[in-house]
Design a protein around this ligand. Structure first.
Ligand code: UDP
Ligand code: MG
Length: 315
């Protein structure tokens, strides 16, 4: 029998887990032709998530959990999942049921046609999301698609079902600062996009503050594009040209028409402009250097504190 592995990152999800587990039991019962493995990754939760997982693990042998020693972030949790599942197919899904498990039979059906290597989901609307957040999200997707070679779809969820080959290539991308939406797009493979209506989380609170999302979007751009470096070079050239123009103008004015050489307010403003430009460009270069520094330390992406999976590995 073929096996489907479900990877479920959980951070303080004590309220939604009972709903999710009930739903998973229902959906897996509807697909008797497959074996299931449910790998819950507890991302250093501070509530009763781990206790709940221990109980569910005892109740259902298909339930495995890996609990991190602290909060490493959803990206690390997903990576831990990919590294530790054994199924012929794998899917990541949120614990709050915003990635409806009821879509699984449909997704499996599409994969079984043999036309696709993965079925990814896309929210058709951002209903129920704050307007400002939607606006920034949209702008981000427009921008990143312009500047990077990974195909990143607006409204794409991390919820996707994929074949083993795809899971292996994700595991092989062992970078520490992970941006899964970019990784999924970068590795390629034939993907079917399944749209669905946005669902609000079943219980509990979102774990993503605006600040976290902003940092995540910068990571996304820097991880998959060197356009910011090129832009900073462009800005440098542009300001050099401006500087040359000004110089010629000042010289001609002084020599030809006997004007005093530039007045000080103008000089100060040009100086401020140039210093600002240099610092911005240095900052951009710095972001990339910081990334290099982080990657070269080769620290593990996550640390397992507790698990009921004997062969669980840290990577
Ligand atoms: N999550 C996680 N680590 C974190 C933050 C979130 O594992 O540091 C999990 C969370 O438990 C949920 C999923 O990632 O299963 C998506 O988080 P959330 O629903 O808060 O994000 P949103 O859907 O609001 O974007
Ligand atoms: Mg959610």
């Amino acid at each position: 029998m073929e096996k489907i592995s479900l990877i479920i990152p959980c951070y303080n999800e004590e309220e939604s887990l009972p709903y999710l587990f009930a739903e998973l039991k229902k959906v897996t019962a509807e697909m008797p032709e497959y074996d299931f493995e449910m790998l819950f990754v507890d991302d250093g939760s501070k509530d009763k998530t781990l206790q709940l997982l221990r109980e569910i693990g005892k109740e259902d042998a298909r339930v495995k959990y890996i609990s991190f020693s602290r909060n490493f972030g959803k990206e690390a949790a997903m990576y831990a999942g990919f590294c530790n599942v054994t199924g012929d197919y794998a899917a990541v899904m949120d614990a709050d049921m915003q990635d409806p498990p009821s879509l699984l039979p449909k997704m499996m059906e599409i994969i079984k046609t043999g036309e696709y290597d993965s079925v990814a989901t896309r929210r058709e609307t951002r209903k129920g999301e704050p307007k400002l957040r939607s606006f920034f999200a949209r702008t981000f997707y427009k921008m990143i698609n312009k500047v990077s070679d990974a195909d990143i779809v607006d409204g794409a969820r991390d919820f996707r079902l994929m074949k083993r080959a795809m899971v292996d290539s994700i595991v092989a991308m062992s970078e520490r600062d992970r941006f899964s939406k970019g990784i999924f797009g970068w590795i390629g493979f034939r993907t079917y996009w399944l749209p669905y209506e946005n669902v609000e989380r079943v219980a509990g609170q979102t774990k993503w503050s605006f600040k976290k999302l902003f940092k995540y979007s910068i990571d996304g751009i820097v991880d998959f594009s060197d356009a910011p470096l090129k832009i900073s070079t462009g800005l440098g050239i542009f300001s050099m040209l401006g500087f040359l123009g000004m110089l010629i103008f000042a010289l001609v004015r002084t020599i030809g028409y006997d004007y005093p050489i530039m007045d000080w307010p103008l000089l100060v403003s040009v100086m401020c402009f140039l210093t600002g430009l240099v610092l911005i460009c240095l900052g951009i270069v710095g972001i990339y250097i910081a990334k290099i520094f982080k990657e070269t330390k080769h620290r593990p992406g996550y640390i397992i504190g507790e698990t009921n999976k004997d062969d669980a590995v840290s990577k």
